[in-house]
Write a protein that binds this ligand. Sequence first.
Ligand SMILES: Nc1ncnc2c1ncn2[C@@H]1O[C@H](COP(=O)(O)OP(=O)(O)OP(=O)(O)O)[C@@H](O)[C@H]1O
Length: 230
Amino acid sequence: MEVILRVEGLRKDFNGMKVIENWSFSVGKGDRVTLLGPSGCGKTTFLRIVSGLEDFQGKVEVFTDKIGYVFQEPRLIPWKTITENLMLIRRDPDKMASLLEKVELKGFENHYPWQLSEGMKQRVNFVRALLVDPELLLLDEPFDALDLKTKMKVMNLLVDLWQKRRFSIVFVTHNVKEAVFLSERIFLLSGRPSKILDEVELKEKARDFTDEKLFGLEKMVIERLLSLLR
Ligand SMILES: Nc1ncnc2c1ncn2[C@@H]1O[C@H](COP(=O)(O)OP(=O)(O)OP(=O)(O)O)[C@@H](O)[C@H]1O
């Protein structure tokens, strides 16, 4: 397996408060991995560490500089239009137009963030991350602001793009269904200070959000989690 991210003995504390406790795992090229854990267990902190925004103890090796980061909230510059926000990342009008069309934002290029709904801004957040043709895509619970229909569209877009380009995905969330739908491997995290309790490998994949397989897989992960937390 060609590794894109290797984590060994990772620890993180903030002023003596232990957050991450001895995480070790690797993510291969083209892998889709989820870190599933409760609020406050260090999921965002981990993505910040991978992006080089946070110091830490242990070893974290990232074997690409093409990282796309979809933040939990859109983080757009309010006084710049959608086009201007995206151009800050990469000047590629064709790619930008094609991605905006895919997330149904064609026609909103010259709008300002305050003129868009939360869900629309979050879709711009996705476009911004995909614009760099990432080899490693970091997703920080980015679906919460999206209504069900839009969420399914954005997830299907991600799956389509992944099938074509086979970038690696590291998704952090507390949502079991989303984890099961978007990844093949799920690391189950404890509460803070968070440890990796177990790793679940999903041999089957659900076709879409209504596929019965999804509910079976979700149930299996929930049962595993409950047995670990007992
Ligand atoms: N810069 C910081 N200074 C001090 N404490 C911090 C800092 N950043 C995060 N923390 C603390 O570290 C812990 C983990 O935060 P983090 O945001 O990584 O959790 P999370 O798992 O992403 O939570 P959520 O699912 O609610 O987004 C929290 O207790 C948080 O208060």
